[in-house]
Design a protein around this ligand. Structure first.
Ligand code: PHE
Length: 452
């Protein structure tokens, strides 16, 4: 690839890639979604299956995406076009980056609404609304937010504006530096909160729930949820990591960097459960209450903490920033493409796409109130987008992308890319991807779809 087609710059240190990729991975998926998925899917069994999915499917595919991104150092759409024009791969594969980009775009339409809730809760935390709040009031507060489309629209608009402003800049600038501070602080705050929650809440019950294994909880639906969430949480299967791979220095070990990202992502998710579950048990909050779980439990925790107003405000601020660093990676693929292919200024491209996200987001936020009953397959619009992206588009994107990498891109191209000093590592990864990740993902996805 000629140098002019390179994206903005190369990460200057290995850590910067890890922080930037973790910035994309760690977000609402870890703190808001993971606890309620565990709650809905029976606890420990889900956690164990999830860990297996991270290792056997998420990590190898993450490495594939990063490796491909680094090989070509261009946006995925042009890359695949280029390969198909040179007849290295067939025309069919041109579809893959489009599915990936569309998935990110669609995820952002509801992600920004949930991130908007976090901004709303940031405001409530600072105003002292959580002080000594009871379980009933916490539920009422959340229901009140859901019943106020005007308020949700305000927060949603603010979040989308933040995304547009950030994506409008170059990704390398400032982002990694921000995440470098954010991540350790987020982990320390979660650790402290988990300590408090375990001390004050029903810790034994929570730990038992989180780590118990029961065969009855294992169905193909549960396994598909776990694999879908592993992809969602690692931001894999939609081109975001492809873009970050393109910025990665050639000297860096992809295996090591990606393993670090997976570990950080898992640690944050488990910590979030250790914060939420003990107090949720103590306050008799239904663990399978779905998307409301974190937004009902967290105010109770901050309400009973000394200096909870400050800590709560700080926590929701961190959550909003974490959501922002994830959200920008969802738009990156299309923004980079519009910028590189049509020379549209990044800001204009971000405005165009962000505007569309904002517009569709309105339908999402209305699905929590006025359009609650507008259902297709028994789901409202939010649920439909969530399930469509997590259970269909992300697995499909990941399957196609890994098929492309493992079976169609010449092996030597990748071999050179995975320049680990030990050749053995390359073979292990390549064979796991080929013979474990892809078949497992295909079987789980198909079985989950058919509802076996
Ligand atoms: N991984 C992010 C999270 O856990 C969400 C995300 C999904 C980001 C897909 C980018 C792409 O919150």
């Amino acid at each position: 690839m000629p140098e002019s087609r390179c994206l903005q710059g190369i990460w200057s240190s290995p850590w910067i890639f890890i922080f930037a990729a973790s910035g994309s991975a760690v977000g609402l998926g870890n703190i808001w979604k993971f606890p309620y998925l565990i709650g809905e899917n029976g606890g420990g069994a889900f956690l164990l299956i999830y860990c297996a999915c991270l290792l056997l499917v998420g990590l190898p595919i993450l490495m594939a995406e990063v490796a491909l991104g680094r090989t070509v150092r261009s946006n995925p759409i042009d890359t695949i076009n280029d390969l198909s024009e040179r007849r290295v791969i067939s025309r069919f594969w041109v579809l893959v980056p489009w599915i990936a980009g569309l998935t990110g775009f669609l995820i952002l339409t509801f992600y920004s609404v949930i991130a908007g809730w976090s901004i709303g809760y940031l405001e409530r935390a600072i105003s002292g609304d959580f002080v000594n709040i009871s379980q009933v009031d916490a539920v009422r507060m959340f229901d009140h937010l859901l019943a106020s489309p005007g308020e949700m629209l305000l927060w949603h608009s603010i979040f989308v504006a933040l995304v547009i402003l950030t994506v409008g800049q170059s990704v390398t600038r400032g982002l990694a530096a921000l995440v470098r501070i954010l991540l350790p602080v987020l982990i320390v705050v979660l650790l402290l909160l988990a300590g408090f929650s375990l001390e004050e809440g029903y810790s034994l019950k929570a730990i038992h729930f989180l780590f118990r294994w029961s065969w009855q909880d294992v169905t193909f639906g549960v396994v598909l949820s776990a694999v879908g969430h592993a992809l969602f949480s690692l931001s894999v299967g939609m081109g975001a990591m492809f873009a970050y791979g393109a910025y990665m220095s050639k000297r860096m070990s992809i295996a090591r960097a990606c393993s670090a990202v997976v570990a950080i992502d898992l640690i944050v998710a488990v910590l979030a459960c250790l914060v939420i579950f003990p107090l949720a048990f103590a306050f008799h909050i239904d663990l399978d209450s779905g998307p409301s779980l974190a937004f009902v439990s967290l105010p109770i925790i901050f309400g009973s903490l000394p200096a909870g107003q400050l800590v709560g405000g700080f926590f929701f601020l961190l959550l909003v920033i974490a959501a922002l660093t994830s959200a920008i990676s969802m738009l990156e693929l299309f923004v980079a493409w519009l910028h590189e292919k049509f020379y549209i200024a990044r800001f204009k491209a971000a405005l165009l796409l962000g505007g569309a996200v904002w517009f569709i987001g309105i339908a999402v936020l209305l699905s929590f109130n006025h359009w609650d009953s507008k259902v297709l397959f028994g789901l409202n619009f939010f649920e439909l987008l969530d399930k469509l992206t997590s259970l269909i588009m992300l697995p499909l994107g990941a399957i196609l992308l890994s098929l492309l990498v493992a079976w169609f891109i010449p092996r030597t191209v990748l071999r050179n890319e995975m320049i680990t000093r030990q050749v053995g590592h390359f073979h292990i990864w390549y064979n796991i991807l080929k013979y474990i990740s892809i078949p497992v993902l295909v079987i789980i996805t198909l079985a989950g779809w058919i509802g076996v």
